[in-house]
Design a protein around this ligand. Structure first.
Ligand code: PLP
Length: 381
């Protein structure tokens, strides 16, 4: 699904020397590299505060801890996402409220959010799924009306740009009250181990969160709040700082691959291509609305699982993100949920298939992948 080795070989010298600097300095934890990367990411995103931490799941949890949400508070999030999003809500003894998604963008459905709001609702967690921002303008308006926090789960969309209806632009993860991201190796900006970060424009919240990630300390050995230990290590920061200047190029390469995939699949009656915004379908480099963390098709009139097997038999990796809706997972079942409220997710889990998507895909590979998919679908639908 990814080609981390191909990507590494192109930047090996810079990455290796950046890592060697850390080894020489022995500043393995909270070294200067961590601070450098933090500053560089702040300026890339145009956000006031980046707080590095150990992984994307921690980032989400810490963001929620920073908002002082209390047990029993309801947090609305999407039914169609990676489990980390709902996991941390439950772990903090908040009440997850899963809602359906939009069939075109795969992102949290705005009407479903409105329907799910109760007097106990305290926050909304939109996930910018597969590299495309949720409808942040509508979500921020709902949040303002009901006095809710918005925590962006930006693990899959770092570098994407959100354009407001008035033309104003902002990077994904800088729109809500706070955001989290992951630097897991296969993410759009991935390190060579685990890593994550929290973003916010709120000075007080940033200060509070900087203490939470460090055992609740604001002054050495004074523990003012219950915190956690969540750090980005200096070697990972060195890798990330070497890769950050390439992020836009990487995201462009992903869009190039998406454009080639789209060209092969568009107008196929049983293959629905992913969509970006209405005008560009996500594949222009101008609005930057989609960074294709995943390239995900919907199959019509075709059984997906035999296609998955056929692709694997032909040496083509593929993924099903996600095969089971969160509301049907044992850990997150809730008697309040009605199947009727999850029509879209229930359908997507049957239809979606994600094809290889990374920065090193070439035309020949894409041609092999697309023709293998099309031939199978044509003879099996
Ligand atoms: C990857 C991911 C996470 C978790 O990130 P980790 O660094 O693996 O903890 C959270 N949310 C979403 C949507 C993700 O894709």
């Amino acid at each position: 699904m990814v080609d981390l080795k191909g990507q590494y070989s192109k930047i090996k010298e810079v990455v290796d020397s950046s890592i060697a600097e850390v080894l020489d300095s022995t500043a393995y934890i909270n070294g200067p590299k961590v601070h450098e990367f933090q500053k560089n990411l702040e300026s890339y995103l145009n956000v006031k505060h980046v707080i590095p931490c150990a992984n994307g799941t921690d980032a989400l949890q810490i963001a929620m801890m920073g908002l002082n949400l209390k047990p029993g508070d309801e947090v609305i999030t999407a039914d169609f996402t990676f489990a980390a999003t709902v996991e941390v809500i439950a772990l903090l003894q908040l009440t997850p409220v899963l809602v359906d998604v939009d069939p075109v963008s795969f992102n949290i459905d705005i009407e479903a959010i409105k329907k799910a709001i109760t007097p106990k609702t305290k926050a909304i967690v939109p996930v910018h799924l597969f590299g495309q921002c949720a409808n942040m303008e509508a979500i921020m308006a709902i949040a303002e009306e009901h006095n809710l926090y918005v925590i962006e789960d930006n693990a899959q969309a770092i570098g994407a740009t959100y354009t407001y209806s008035n033309g104003k632009k902002a990077k994904a993860g800088t729109i809500g009250h706070v955001a989290s991201t992951s630097f897991f190796p296969s993410k759009n900006l991935g390190c060579y181990g685990d890593g994550g970060a929290i973003f916010t424009n709120d000075d007080d919240l940033a200060h509070y969160i900087r203490g939470i990630v460090n055992h609740g300390m604001y002054e050495r050995y004074h523990h003012d709040v219950v915190g956690v230990n969540s750090r980005l290590d200096s070697i990972q920061a060195a890798v990330l700082d070497a890769k950050l200047p390439h992020l836009d190029t990487y995201n462009k390469a992903r869009r190039n691959a998406a454009r080639a995939y789209n060209k092969a699949f568009e107008n196929h009656e049983n293959i629905l291509i992913p969509s970006g915004n209405d005008t560009c379908k996500g594949i222009c480099d101008i609005c930057d609305c989609h960074v294709f963390h995943q390239y995900t098709l919907r199959l019509k009139n075709t059984n997906r699982d035999p296609l998955v097997k056929h692709l694997n038999d032909n040496g083509i990796p593929c993924g099903v993100y996600y095969p089971i809706p969160l509301h049907l997972q044992k850990a997150y079942k809730d008697s309040r949920y009605k199947e009727d409220d999850f029509k879209v997710t229930n359908q997507l889990v049957e239809e979606v298939i994600s094809l290889p998507m990374h920065t090193e895909l070439d035309d020949e590979q894409i041609e092999f992948i697309t023709s293998t998919v099309i031939n199978f679908v044509n003879s099996n639908s």
